[in-house]
Write a protein that binds this ligand. Structure first.
Ligand code: ZN
Length: 239
């Protein structure tokens, strides 16, 4: 067990925001839908923030009305499409970049749609715009399959690459495929990260395995509301 908390902060999970034809893994939200979702958050009196900002605010009892926004993999459309929308609403977000694929493609998704990833320059630009850039390993590895040395290297090297790229501290982590087993959670803590984002709730849920709510292109106002209610019923309302 790793510090399971009564109240889990409300954190939404996105991947890609762009127009699309084919999206077998449901990781893409259209720009129009994304804007509508951000508008809905605003109408509910919520402000989208990075996970770093959310956890800092929570520590000082200031997290009321905040919702964490996260984007996995570091797709180029985060810089081109999502960030301008976020800025329009005064929101920030966390993007989890695959440090060994900057400027490359999501080649780990063999059967998925081919998408471009942000370059080092784009990553710096979104960091300068106030977004949190955090790690999603070097290679988008299946950490559960990695031996201890490989696991430690994925965590340490990704952080080093991103910190050198950005010239700023990187303290957040997201588990590829959301796989946050006890060994992986301990390794993320040992590697000096201050939090870890998982996907599903588990016995490891807590600061180093934050459960997140998947948001897809089919999530209109009613489904967004239902998901929020479900989160609060499961975890209790955060202050
Ligand atoms: Zn991923």
């Amino acid at each position: 067990m790793s510090g399971r908390q009564g109240a889990m902060p409300y954190v939404l999970m996105y991947h890609s925001v762009q127009e699309y034809d084919n999206d077998p893994f449901f990781i893409t939200v259209s720009p129009r839908r994304f804007s509508a979702q951000m508008a809905w958050l605003r109408r509910c009196g919520l402000r989208g923030v990075s996970v770093r900002e959310l956890l800092l605010a929570e520590a000082s009892g200031q997290a009321r009305g905040m919702v964490g926004l996260t984007f996995d993999d570091g797709y180029a459309d985060f810089a081109a499409v999502a960030v301008p929308v976020l800025q329009r609403y005064g929101f920030t977000a966390t993007v989890f970049a695959v440090a060994g694929h900057l400027g490359g493609r999501n080649s780990w998704d063999e059967n998925g749609p081919d998408k471009t990833l942000m370059t080092a320059q784009e990553l710096r630009k979104v960091a300068d715009a106030g977004m949190e850039v955090a790690s999603h390993t070097v290679t988008h590895a299946f950490l559960e399959m990695a031996d201890d040395a490989m696991l430690a290297a994925e965590l340490k090297e990704s952080r080093t690459i991103l910190e050198e790229t950005l010239d700023r501290e990187v303290t957040g982590f997201a588990y590829p495929y959301g796989l946050a087993g006890a060994r992986e959670v301990d390794a993320v803590r040992a590697a000096g990260y201050t939090y870890g984002c998982a996907i599903w709730p588990s016995e490891n849920s807590g600061r180093y395995a934050l459960a997140r709510t998947y948001i897809g292109d089919r999530d209109g106002r009613l489904r967004l509301r239902a998901k929020r209610v479900r989160h609060h019923m499961r975890w209790g309302r955060v202050r």
